[in-house]
Design a protein around this ligand. Structure first.
Ligand SMILES: [Zn+2]
Ligand SMILES: [Zn+2]
Length: 930
């Protein structure tokens, strides 16, 4: 279609010919900030006695050192769409931003910087290292929050939070002490995941299992009493055998019954170790015998505890073969200090030489890796702090099972339930320096349990005996502060805090599925543990940004897209539009990093389209206030006016349905017939279709002459145009906030100091009955579209005018007479009303309601040639159809072919039959005989 805006006169303070995102976006953002558009007012929340229902989202806090990538951009855009929508819906809306101190990740960055200077954290010492990290964060941290502004994120920056701030650190301490007092935090001596590079323990979730091609080594252990006999064990980590303290067999395993209580000799060391009976040995697995290495395997540790076995540590914290007391003399001198993987080769070679290696075979198994540095994690025996998770998991599980907490898309529910059902205790202590120090002090003088004191305040002396105390050296897992995010950022533990009362529980949590366990499930647990309620009623897990080959975008693959590059080239609106339009519920978003133009031009073109409509509007309606739509009487509306107003209602309703019922009732969404919501792509498409296909393609074209003819009807057309465009801008604002705000500020009659960002969302009646007038405009559209279709089918150039005979249904005759010039103009056709179809060679179209069109083609196309072409096409189609029908009546094919293939063939047959009938009627109309 053409938007004639560029040729129309533009008022002096109108819009520039070209939309310039770069010159518009940051200025508008500044003005929003100055006007306080994004600042929530806790006093206005109905929960604190105010007049508005609250709506709150907490931003998943990015790492404080993070730099914006397209994944953040996608995450923030989803939230911003929901938040802007809720704000316009009149909810007291809070989007709370902030950052995470990211213990292990940030510490790794600073350690790398130190390494470049030839230093280690030990060289600096704890205090200096923490100070340096804090200074680094102070200097460079939070960049990402500034970058989010460039994308239009309408967060309440006055409430920006940081997990390591004094306030949030207070919340961390309170949470620790409360759980300690409830007996839900304890110190445990057990085998945990250890990263030999980061030199810290990790939780189960931080030690990511990865499928690895390894080897399974079968080693024979000779019987001590009769070295000519032996039993065979299998292991993927032969270096740990130096720490074996037993071999175990199942007590029910007849093969080894006589050996229980005897000894075998540990190869290489020639050390006798007992054969024990334990259920842990699975008779069906391998030889049914397992070696027991309590210090280097979590399961073996449990066996060791049950049998009161020694626990020599043969691999040290650096992943090197141990020496010293812990190793209990078990590591031969030649191996001491050797890296664990080199030692593996050495030990295998020695076993081979000694004839103890029965066989080795390739073996695919899961090996855990550190989620921060990718080093192979080593199971390690140590003292750590744990949270007893099972009691905390129960309400979190129940909330999802009873539907109080929704997880979208629903396929993630099973994963969530599965994890919570089999949950293990959470190791929360880290041997790091950057983080919240464990708030526990030890007294050397007091007896247990008084010697371990968890305290909200720093302790200088023992509250029991007054002696000196020392604080635990460890810090807490980063996620131990993140799991409090929805409550700590709102002021917990101060339960009187207005923000907490006004906005807790929040509404929707928008995040990536990767952190469902790390973060989402734990936040739900913390919400119940400390506030008695889930922190949100809906979890929306969005998809991942991928390249056109389906690979996740990442720095290391070099297939990322820098959102700020896109903003600079195409504008934030184009980026947002592309992300939202490409996003089904929970589905991945595919972008082409190699072709930004192809990827983002549609978004930019959409903004340009809006801009051009705005220019057309200003050119025709001026900048002075026009009549309000309420002052227009229904009988003044032209058919096109009635039609576009109804289409607007439909668009509003569909957008609301796609976004979903945002307003929670006591933590539940109003479901009704509205469905799940959060279908952002459907929302974007509905809004686009309304503006592009209905408003621009039809309505603007239909009213052009009315706008140019002074008088009462011109005023009505202006009023409707301004009203509809205003509402269209409101509908689109959450997706493309900048261009819509820029245009809205220029609308005729705009009141200075008012903002689209805080203007009410359009409302529509629940049902719209199509009015007579709007229905009549539909018929006009049908006629015009049919005539355009004829032009397209017969390749009639737009410059060439055509004529058409209209045989109108009597019920429409009068209306069509009235709209004669409108139809002629829109279709570029000379119309003639006749009672009977004329006897001419032409295209014949029958429309709904019985109106018929005949377009004479003589003179427009070479009828003889066209008839020949159509005849050939028909013959070829009929041949194909016959062969398809043959296949579909072949019993053998129907039996053997998969049902989806048969269905597809049937659908094809139906489609081709319709086409054949169309061709036949075209031939009949044009050539006179079929
Ligand atoms: Zn690591
Ligand atoms: Zn004491």
């Amino acid at each position: 279609m053409t938007i004639p805006g560029t040729t129309e006169p533009v008022a002096p303070d109108g819009l520039s010919a070209q939309y310039d995102p770069a010159g518009t976006e940051s200025a508008i953002y500044e003005r929003w900030l100055q006007a306080g558009c994004f600042t929530a007012d806790a006093e206005r929340s109905s929960r604190t006695g105010g007049d508005r229902d609250p709506f709150a989202i907490v931003l998943p806090p990015p790492n404080v050192t993070a730099i914006l990538h397209v994944g953040h951009g996608l995450n923030a855009t989803v939230q911003d769409v929901l938040v802007r929508w809720a704000r316009m819906k009149g909810l007291e809306t809070l989007w709370l931003p902030g950052t995470d101190h990211a213990g292990i990740a940030t510490q790794n960055i600073v350690e790398r910087q130190l390494a470049d200077e030839g230093l280690s954290r030990a060289d600096l010492g704890r205090e200096k290292f923490v100070a340096r990290t804090a200074e680094f964060v102070e200097r460079t941290g939070g960049t990402i929050l500034r970058q989010l502004r460039a994308m239009g994120a309408s967060a309440d920056w006055s409430r920006t939070a940081y997990t390591f701030s004094p306030e949030l650190s207070g919340a961390v301490r309170e949470a620790f002490v409360r759980l300690f007092e409830r007996g839900l935090i304890y110190r445990g001596h057990r085998v945990i995941h250890w990263c030999p590079r980061c030199l810290t323990s990790l939780s189960d979730e931080e030690a990511e299992p990865r499928e690895t091609n390894g080897m399974l080594y079968h080693i024979s252990y000779p019987l001590a009493a009769d070295p000519s006999r032996s039993i065979t064990v299998a292991t993927t980590r032969p270096e740990t055998m130096l720490g074996d303290v037993a071999v175990a067999v199942n007590p029910a395993d007849e093969r080894y019954k006589d050996l229980i209580g005897t000894s075998v000799l540990l190869p290489i060391l020639n050390l006798p170790i007992p054969v024990i009976a334990d259920e842990y040995a699975d008779p069906a697995f391998g030889t049914g015998v397992v070696k027991i290495t309590p210090a280097h395997d979590a399961n073996d540790f449990e066996v060791g505890r049950r049998h009161d076995l020694p626990m020599p540590v043969v691999i040290d914290m650096y992943g090197k073969m141990g020496e010293g007391a812990d190793a209990a003399g078990r590591v031969p001198r030649t191996l001491q200090g050797m890296d664990r993987f080199d030692a593996r080769k050495q030990i295998v070679a020695q076993l081979e030489a000694a004839g103890r290696l029965v066989k080795k075979e390739p073996h695919v198994h899961n090996v855990r890796h550190c989620y921060r540095c990718d080093t192979v994690v080593e199971p390690r025996l140590s003292d750590q702090w744990f949270v007893r998770m099972q009691p905390l998991a129960e309400p979190a599980l129940e909330a999802v099972q009873t539907g109080r907490l929704r997880i979208l898309p629903e396929r993630h529910i099973a994963v969530y339930e599965n994890w919570l059902t089999g949950i293990r205790d959470w190791n929360i202590s880290r041997q790091l320096w950057w983080g919240h120090r464990v708030p526990v002090w030890y007294c050397r003088e007091c007896d247990p349990p008084n010697n371990v004191i968890a305290s909200r305040e720093d302790l200088m002396s023992c509250p029991h005996c007054g002696c000196d105390v020392v604080q635990d050296e460890d810090v807490l897992d980063t996620w131990f502060s993140s799991w409090l995010w929805p409550i700590s950022t709102l002021g917990w533990p101060n339960e009187e805090d207005t923000d907490l009362r006004a906005f807790y529980p929040t509404d929707v949590l928008v995040t990536a599925p990767e952190i469902l366990f790390f973060w989402v499930a734990r936040m739900v647990m913390a919400g119940f543990a400390f506030m008695g309620e889930a922190p949100f009623h809906t979890v929306y897990l969005h998809g991942t940004a991928r390249d056109t080959q389906g690979r996740k975008m990442s720095k290391s693959l070099g297939n990322g897209i820098d959102p700020l590059d896109v903003v600079a080239l195409y504008g934030a609106d184009a980026l947002r539009y592309t992300l939202v339009a490409g996003m089904g519920l929970g589905a991945d978003v595919f972008l082409d990093p190699a072709d930004l133009e192809k990827t983002f031009a549609p978004g930019r073109n959409f903004a340009t389209k809006l801009w051009n409509i705005g220019r057309f509007l200003l050119g025709n309606a001026g900048t002075e206030a026009v009549r309000s739509i309420d002052e227009v009487k229904p009988d003044q509306l032209a058919r096109a006016d009635a039609w576009i107003l109804e289409r607007l209602d439909v668009a509003v309703r569909e957008c609301d349905r796609a976004l979903g019922p945002v307003h929670p009732i006591r933590g539940r969404w109003i479901e009704e017939e509205l469905g799940a919501g959060l279908r952002l792509n459907d929302y974007a498409e509905t809004a686009r279709r309304f503006v592009w296909n209905e408003l621009a393609d039809w309505y603007l074209e239909a009213i052009k002459t009315r706008l140019l003819t002074p008088g009462e009807d011109q005023q009505v057309a202006r009023a409707v145009l301004v009203h509809v465009f205003d509402r269209a801008l409101r509908l689109l604002h959450p997706i493309v906030p900048f261009v819509t705000e820029a245009l809205w500020q220029k609308l005729p009659g705009h009141v200075d100091g008012t903002w689209l960002a805080t203007t009410p969302w359009p409302t529509a009646p629940r049902e719209t009955e199509v009015s007579v007038a709007a229905g009549q405009f539909e018929l006009i559209r049908e006629i015009v579209a049919a005539l355009r279709q004829v032009r397209a089918e017969y390749n009639v150039p737009p410059s060439k005018s055509i004529e058409a005979f209209v045989i109108a249904d009597p019920a429409h005759q009068e209306m069509l007479d009235e709209e004669f010039s409108l139809i002629s103009r829109l279709a570029r056709t000379a119309l003639a009303f006749v009672e009977w179809p004329p006897d001419v060679a032409g295209a014949n179209v029958v429309l709904s309601g019985g109106t018929q069109l005949v377009v004479p083609l003589e003179g427009l196309v070479d009828v003889k040639k066209e008839c020949a072409r159509l005849g050939a096409e028909l013959a070829s189609l009929e041949k194909q159809l016959a062969s398809l029908e043959g296949r579909l009546s072949n019993a053998g094919f129907l039996e053997r072919a998969p049902s989806h293939v048969v269905d597809a063939e049937r659908a094809k047959r139906d489609e081709w039959s319709v086409r054949r009938d169309q061709l036949k009627s075209r031939i009949e109309a044009l050539c006179g005989a079929a």
